[in-house]
Design a protein around this ligand. Structure first.
Ligand code: MTE
Ligand code: MO
Length: 533
């Protein structure tokens, strides 16, 4: 004991090291119970209003673009679990601190916990889809936490004041005359754990109701398309082991969005407003949409966060109504150059008006994916799909509004976060086979290549610094989807590096220059190392 004993607080801590730990524990228990109560209240108010989810959503919106990019790169679709886990750790540490403070410097511990409730309530009310009621979960939950914390910590305080004995050596014997109410503390802790458990079970039971939307979806029968997609040629899918299928099954389709809780939108409550710089604003309901002549198109969706060789890309058959036709009906005014699409969860995308009006581009207000209603996490009941543009500037899920505007007047969600306002998909190619190893001799190399809306004209592969070998292209339904390719290359035993490069239908060769995803999409050649022998 050198430095530490000189501080009065440390000296005091020396006298009752155990109580500090108990106080921290009381903080964690009270905080946990408070968050559980907040979940319970949120299960009644709105799932997104809970302290954890509203707070998490605010964090998602607030973190800088590079950090989010990093999270997507490293954790992929687990980025949300990582976020919630990190929040849990931070909150637990904060709650322990609140417990300690409440013992040492009352009422600052209770104030700290109360402040979390106030911030939680404010953040929840500021969510794009919030009502004032969204403040309730945090107020009630953290209010309960404050009461439980005060009750627990009060029982850790010696009843009569301790003798101011000079017990600097940490005399082990707890002052018998200044005993704390351990039994009372344990009782309060037990009640706290009970409250947490009941609240959690209750919130589970109540939120089972949120499966209502997926039940509606399960029962839904979508109309058949008036204009059906050309059938997928048999030769589009080479069906090689390890090669990505031409059409991505829904459960395997990548998912990227900012939503911590998948928005639950009932088609009966859904409508799409087309407004802004238009002559004839209108709103269309679900039933009206179903009555329109629908079309089907295969389109390969890609995320701008995809790295070279990455898998944030998928191809599906989309059923929907042309966005072009919606805009024709609304009659955009001169000067408009952008459509800001908006989701129930506040996400927005800014898409060039010209692209959406292009008669040669099948941009859809989609309601079906691979023959079924959109999966809830892919935007049920309706989303946008625009061939040739990255998802962040075009593919708004749970879409409820199309506002015709200008790039000068407005911007999509990702633009102020460091991503380009325009996001045409860049030509890329990927090697799927072989991965890892291959027997010596003629080795089959295969993968996918994409240049949406232009189409792939050529794919070449090479081993090490050898000559480029032109791959054989699989068939495709058109320029808006990726294309499989395969080639055979003779490889001797040893390690080899395979590289691929594509050329689009206009003759543009995929650049070797490496660029990161931000601000407008990664470039570079995909290479893989194979050990042959
Ligand atoms: N409402 C909403 N729509 C969204 C997003 C989002 O965060 N929220 N992310 C976009 C991005 S970045 C991409 S790449 C695509 C991904 O669509 P998917 O999850 O169906 O693959 O959705 C787009 N639509
Ligand atoms: Mo994306």
């Amino acid at each position: 004991m050198t430095q530490a004993t000189e501080s009065p607080a440390a000296a005091q801590a020396d006298r009752s090291p155990g109580d500090t730990g108990w106080a921290a524990l009381a903080g964690v228990l009270a905080g946990g119970a408070g968050l559980a109560v907040a979940e319970l209240v949120a299960a009644v108010v709105a799932p997104g209003a809970s302290t954890l989810f509203a707070g998490g959503a605010a964090v998602v919106d607030a973190v800088p673009g590079w950090l989010k990019d990093f999270a997507v790169q490293w954790f992929g679709t687990n980025d949300k679990a990582v976020l919630l886990g990190t929040m849990g750790v931070v909150l637990a540490v904060g709650a322990a601190l609140a417990g300690w403070l409440e013992l040492r410097r009352p009422p600052f511990g209770a104030l700290l916990m109360g402040a979390v409730g106030v911030v939680g309530a404010m953040v929840a009310v500021l969510r794009p889809d919030a009502t004032p009621l969204w403040a309730l979960p945090s107020i009630v939950g953290l209010g309960a936490a404050v009461l439980l914390l005060r009750a627990a910590v009060a029982r850790l305080r010696p009843v009569p004041s301790r003798r101011a004995a000079s017990g600097s050596g940490g005399s082990g014997s707890a002052a018998p005359d200044g005993g704390v109410d351990r039994r009372g503390f344990l009782t309060v802790s037990g009640i706290t754990v009970g409250v947490a458990a009941l609240a959690l079970v209750g919130s589970r039971v109540l939120s089972a109701g949120s499966t209502a939307v997926s039940a509606v979806r399960d029962k839904l029968r979508l109309p058949t398309a008036r204009t059906t997609a050309p059938p997928v040629p048999a030769g589009a899918d080479l069906k090689l082991d390890g090669l990505t299928p031409y059409v991505t099954p829904n459960p395997d389709f990548y998912r990227i969005d900012t939503a911590l809780i998948v928005p639950q939108v009932n088609p009966e409550d859904w409508s799409l407003e087309v407004h802004g710089l238009v002559e004839e604003p209108f709103t269309i309901t679900w039933d009206e949409l179903l009555a329109l002549p629908l079309e089907e198109h295969h389109v390969t969706l890609a995320c701008v966060s995809n790295t070279v060789g990455g898998d944030l890309i998928g191809n599906a058959l989309w059923l929907g109504y042309p966005i072009r036709a919606l805009l024709e009906r609304a009659k955009p005014r001169a000067g408009a150059d952008m459509v800001l699409s908006r989701s129930t969860d506040g996400f927005t995308a800014g898409t060039p008006l010209e692209v959406l009006q292009d008669p040669d581009r099948d941009s859809l207000l989609a309601i079906g994916m691979n023959g079924e209603p959109l999966p809830v996490e892919h935007g049920f009941p309706a989303r946008l799909v625009v061939p040739g543009l990255y998802g962040y500037v075009s593919a708004t899920k749970w879409v409820t509004s199309l506002e015709v505007t200008t790039f000068d007047a407005d911007q999509g969600y990702w633009t102020p976060r460091g991503w380009s306002a325009l996001g045409p998909i860049k030509i890329e190619s990927r090697i799927d086979v072989p991965r890892g190893s291959a027997p010596a001799g003629a080795v089959t190399v295969a993968g996918v290549a994409w240049a949406q809306h232009t189409g792939i004209g050529k794919v070449e592969v090479r081993a090490d610094d050898g000559d480029w070998v032109t791959a054989e292209l699989a068939e495709t339904v058109g320029p808006d989807t990726w294309r499989q390719w395969h080639a055979s290359i003779d490889l001797a035993a040893g390690n080899h590096t395979l590289a691929v490069r594509a050329t689009d239908a206009d003759g543009l060769v995929q650049t070797e220059a490496e660029a990161p995803p931000a601000p407008d999409g990664a470039t570079g050649w995909h290479t893989v190392t194979v050990s042959v022998g």
